[in-house]
Design a protein around this ligand. Structure first.
Ligand code: PGA
Length: 252
């Protein structure tokens, strides 16, 4: 039986003060024990989050990491080893904003995945198609290609050490959520593809959905058999909303 994960990606939002208020709100929530919880704050606030969430079941993540595991001359980057030392257990890799706005290729994403694993972090690998690609009927091909590089290097067992996030680009930050059926179709397609390589491991891979997840659509999404929780952007900046999404996962 796979556990659900509800993860919050705060992106480039927050000040020390607003983070303090958000953390206070998170600390008042009733969290379902059977759900894995994680937040990815901007790196500058990881320490603040770690202190405030001490003893809570919420785990920490980096939003991105360098493609090199330890240290090096990479101005502006943060290594997985540094994230680990700061208290992170996860790191998001290959978010569509990184792929599209910062030109991260599948190869670079795969190196980041490798670096994260090498440091004992669980990489959350994001995949997903654009509106244009969906309209052209290319969803399976695009997602397959994004997975391929990582699968070639690490196999399904490697993916199972991390988390997969299906995030259709057209649903991110747009308010346009994929319907539960649309999302389930892609999740099931991904799992079937993984099962062809290694059925046992494929059943263990957590596949979460991301793209305008909110308290009022979470329950229907999480009820789908291959949707194992959500990667939540905008709605994770509101503690009550994030709490409600987590509790919806608890009921799934
Ligand atoms: P959103 O973002 O929930 O604001 O659509 C999701 C994400 O980018 O992970």
């Amino acid at each position: 039986m796979r556990r659900s994960l509800v993860a919050g990606n705060w992106k480039m939002h927050g000040t020390r003060q607003s983070v303090e208020a958000l953390l206070a709100g998170l600390n008042q929530q009733d969290w379902p024990e059977q759900v894995d919880l994680m937040i990815a704050p901007p790196s500058l606030y990881i320490q603040q989050c770690r202190e405030s969430l001490e003893g809570s079941q919420i785990r920490l993540a980096g939003q991105c990491c360098a493609y090199q595991a330890e240290f090096g001359a990479l101005t502006g980057e943060i290594s997985p080893a540094q994230l680990r030392e700061a208290g992170c257990e996860y790191v998001i890799v290959g978010h569509s904003e990184r792929r599209n706005l910062f030109d991260e290729t599948d190869e670079v994403v795969c190196r980041k995945f490798a670096a994260a694993l090498a440091c004992g972090l669980r990489p959350v690998l994001c995949v997903g198609e654009t509106r244009q690609q969906r309209d052209a009927g290319e969803t399976a091909e695009v997602v397959g290609r994004q997975l391929q590089v990582v699968l070639e290097s690490f196999g399904v067992g490697g993916l199972a050490q991390g988390v997969l996030a299906y995030e259709p680009v057209w649903a991110i930050g747009t308010g346009l959520t994929a319907s539960p059926e649309q999302a389930q179709e892609v999740h099931a397609m991904i799992r079937a593809r993984l099962a062809m390589l290694d059925d046992e491991q494929a059943q263990c891979v957590q596949i979460v959905y991301g793209g305008s997840v909110k308290a009022d659509n979470a329950e229907a999404l999480f009820a789908m058999p291959d949707i194992d929780g959500g990667l939540v952007g905008g709605a994770s900046l509101n503690a009550d909303e994030f709490g409600a999404i987590a509790r919806a996962a608890g009921r799934a």
